[in-house]
Design a binder for this molecule. Structure first.
Ligand SMILES: C[S@@+](CC[C@H](N)C(=O)[O-])C[C@H]1O[C@@H](n2cnc3c(N)ncnc32)[C@H](O)[C@@H]1O
Length: 220
């Protein structure tokens, strides 16, 4: 496990030093600030603003405390901070986390941490209202690491709170054990099993069999 964690950190630090925004979003190698952060606003528009009933459950977004796993250069984190009252985000890469911190200057209610790549012990507090992660678990080559994150989110969410996240759903390819670009994939049954083991109800799933397999896990 430690070798995998070390390799995830080293590989993502190297990617960040080479061209962080490209490895976060490979649509272009030369992002302007404006275009890069606009894609984060688009992610929030598509995955969050369309889904406020499940996410907010009657709460005011500005009163909500949210968590993001794998914040990269702060692309989505900044958009989350524009919407929610308190945002805490982790990334295994210190280089990525530094870029996210710079992206969030002027957002004092957003907090970015470099974590150990497998748990949320660095995040203060509990009773989070909502947790989110996109294009992160698809890169993680270890089911143990992903399941540990799901268990950790369960620890930090309030009962009823939602963890909405994306995993690789295309089970036709097999990742190498130490590949930090092409991670592990999940079938629908595997996703349901993980939810049940980690204290979640896997109420909705969308995109089974595809790269963007979205899961709505509600904390029991
Ligand atoms: C493709 S980027 C996506 C960043 C961000 N979620 C976004 O949509 O803009 C993947 C990010 O996941 C982070 N990451 C990879 N493995 C991780 C792990 N085990 N724990 C935390 N972050 C991880 C990488 O450092 C990188 O910043």
């Amino acid at each position: 496990m430690q070798n995998t964690l070390d390799k995830m950190r080293a590989d993502w630090d190297a990617r960040a030093r080479e061209n962080a925004r490209y490895y976060v979003n490979t649509a272009t190698e030369s992002w302007t600030d404006e275009a890069f952060f606009a894609t984060g606003e688009r992610t929030v528009a598509e995955e969050i603003l369309t889904d406020m009933t499940n996410i907010c459950q009657g709460r005011e977004p500005k009163q909500m405390k949210v968590l993001e796993i794998g914040c990269g250069a702060g692309r989505v984190t900044r958009a989350l901070a524009n919407l929610f009252g308190e945002v805490h985000a982790v990334d295994v890469s210190g280089e990525m986390a530094d870029r996210a911190k710079r992206a969030l200057e002027g957002h004092p209610h957003a907090h970015v941490y470099q974590n150990n790549g497998m748990d949320l012990s660095i995040v203060p507090g509990e009773n989070f209202d909502f947790a989110f992660s996109t294009i992160v678990f698809q890169h993680i080559p270890s089911r143990d690491v992903i399941e540990n994150y799901v268990r950790e989110v369960s620890r930090l969410l309030r009962p009823g709170g939602l963890f909405k996240f994306q995993v690789q759903g295309d089970t036709t390819f097999k990742s190498a054990e130490d590949d930090t670009w092409l991670g592990v994939s999940y079938s629908d049954d595997e996703a349901v099993g993980m939810a049940n083991r980690c204290g979640f109800e896997p109420r909705y799933r969308h995109g089974a069999g595809e790269q963007y397999f979205w899961l709505w896990f509600f904390k029991k």
